[in-house]
Design a protein around this ligand. Structure first.
Ligand SMILES: [Fe+2]
Length: 134
């Protein structure tokens, strides 16, 4: 049973740039999910995973710059979490590339990670910036 990957209001962080990057990111995960359901060839699926990996890297840098620019106090922990997530993602992609897990397992990992990280950690950035503007 494939998981339903679509944007939901609960993912909103309340920061225009972060939210728009998150929407692109979720869309990339959705593409991998659809490729998994359609059982598309592995080299193509690897290209899609590579796209997710590169976007995650870009997005984390972008989010870290936003945190630094506004003096977000929890930057060190958040940056550390990003590094851990990238390492985990690399590990899962490698496991798929070497036939140790299937693509659906990578999709579930990416979606859980996305849902958890945006609703818990990233929301704090939006709240902090809102507080600065009051
Ligand atoms: Fe984040």
């Amino acid at each position: 049973m494939a998981i339903d990957i679509r944007w939901d209001k609960r993912f909103e962080v309340g920061h225009l740039r972060i939210d728009s990057e998150h929407q692109v990111f979720l869309d990339l995960i959705r593409s991998v999910s659809l490729a998994s359901e359609a059982e598309e060839p592995k080299p193509w699926c690897m290209r899609l995973l590579n796209e997710v990996r590169k976007y995650a890297d870009f997005h984390f840098l972008s989010e870290e710059n936003i945190m630094l620019r506004c003096g977000f106090p929890e930057y060190p922990e958040h940056q550390q979490k990003h590094a851990e997530l990238l390492a985990l993602l690399d590990e899962r992609i490698h496991a798929y590339a070497t036939d140790r897990i299937n693509l659906e397992a990578v999709v579930v990992f990416m979606f859980d990670w996305f849902a958890m990280h945006t609703t818990k950690m990233d929301k704090k950035i939006g709240k902090y910036i809102d507080g600065l503007e009051e």
